[in-house]
Ligand binder design. Structure first.
Ligand SMILES: *Cc1c(COP(=O)(O)O)cnc(C)c1O
Length: 391
């Protein structure tokens, strides 16, 4: 096939299936209102759950560090890029997560494609929930370990698969603690209990739980009091923390092992110190202002109940992530466009991000939204749902 035809055909295929994506341009700062291509809209798709991305205290912390330490970190952590800002952040996270040790990665994606291949290899088996984030899927592929993708939260399936896996050198169960597109929570207690019974390691990805779940807000491990039963706890600093980067917590040995073997940690430039300083500030705010997450959870609960009573399918959502399933990609696009015409921005989520026939609008509730914003969201959903004959 000639070169040009290959690209043309690929794009025509995507368009034909209604799954072609294109970039839209926003101007910041993040908040309940953002400017989308010159027009102000109410934003219901940000992962900035606590409203920290535009918090002046994060800016001040970053500016202070920027003035003192400059912007770039100059090299990788193991050469000359390891700064006090990194150590301060790692100590803070370890303390917040009640873990022995912590390392930070440049992004959550890089954490997952670094952790899994360094921990697992040929001869091991990884049990992965089918709805785990793409970065976990890619980490597994890079590891070359055997993989068993179990149906979403199906503990019977997981148990029978674990039963048959005693010949592998290591078994590891990996799961999102909050599922990013469904907004439901992993069965942490059950997973921990199976891991004991079948001698398996457990890794969780707390991207959407960090800052939100648990009394302190340190995540689902805290919510279920299983901090000491989970071997590898990763999460991102890019969502509720309103910053950028990711962490991995665990035993001192585990973290030393990753420093020595995790390729996406070793072979990349260290995070700029001002980014680390902003993340540290975000965690201090989480500790000082626990009401932020409580408000978000309460407002999400109310919004979800209202959508359900209108007749929408919000799946098993239990968090500020509220999916509204419309099935076909074309319906999701149409719905999203109708909402936009009413000044409400909710991105359509289509395959391959979600399984076929489950295209959806993915609403996220944040601390930035006020009562009026949520009222407008519900009015627009009702109107659009009726118009498109979905309710
Ligand atoms: C967003 C996300 C990531 C990736 O984190 P980034 O810091 O944005 O790279 C990883 N895992 C899950 C579950 C996520 O939702």
């Amino acid at each position: 096939m000639p070169k040009v035809d290959f690209l043309n055909q690929a794009m025509i295929d995507l368009k034909g299936k209604d799954i072609l994506r294109c970039l839209r341009e926003f101007s910041g700062p993040q908040g309940s209102r953002i400017i989308l291509e010159g027009r102000q809209v109410v934003n219901f798709c940000s992962n900035d759950y606590l409203g920290l991305a535009s918090d002046p205290r994060l800016q001040e912390a970053a500016i202070k560090a920027l003035k003192k330490e400059g912007f770039g970190s100059g090299s990788s952590r193991l050469i000359c890029g390891n700064l006090k800002a990194h150590r301060d952040l790692e100590e803070k996270i370890a303390d917040f997560k009640k873990a022995q040790a912590c390392i930070v990665f440049s992004t959550g994606y890089m954490a997952n494609i670094g952790i899994l291949p360094s921990f697992c290899s040929k001869g091991d088996i990884i049990f992965s929930d089918k709805l785990n984030h793409a970065s976990i899927v890619d980490g597994i592929l890079l590891s070359r370990a055997q993989v068993c993708r179990y149906p979403h939260k199906d503990m019977n399936f997981l148990e029978s698969a674990l039963k048959k896996a005693s010949d592998y050198r290591k078994r590891i169960i990996v799961t999102d603690s909050v599922f990013s597109m469904d907004g439901d929570i992993a069965l942490m207690k059950e997973i921990v209990s199976l891991s004991r019974q079948y001698d398996a390691f457990v890794m969780i990805d707390e991207a959407h739980a960090f800052g939100i779940l648990g009394k302190k807000g340190s995540g689902a491990a805290e919510l279920f009091s299983v901090e000491q039963d989970i071997d590898i706890q990763m999460g991102t600093l890019s969502k509720a923390a309103g910053s950028f980067g990711a962490y991995c917590c665990g035993s001192k040995e585990l973290i030393d092992f990753f420093i020595n073997s995790s390729r996406s940690f070793i072979y990349t430039t260290a995070m700029p110190p001002c980014v680390a300083a902003a993340s540290l500030k975000a965690i201090e705010i989480m500790e000082k202002e626990p009401y932020r997450k409580e408000i978000v959870l309460k407002n999400a609960q109310q919004t979800r109940e209202a959508l359900k009573s209108m007749g929408f399918d919000t799946m098993q959502s239990q968090t500020p992530i509220i999916p509204v399933v419309v099935s076909e990609p074309s319906a999701a696009l149409k719905f999203s466009q109708e909402l936009l015409d009413q000044g409400i921005f909710v991105q359509a989520i289509r395959p391959p991000t979600v399984p076929p026939k489950t295209s959806r609008l993915r609403i996220t509730i944040t601390a930035n939204h006020n009562d009026e914003d949520r009222k407008r969201l519900l009015t627009a959903f009702y109107k659009t749902g009726k118009k498109l004959c979905l309710i």
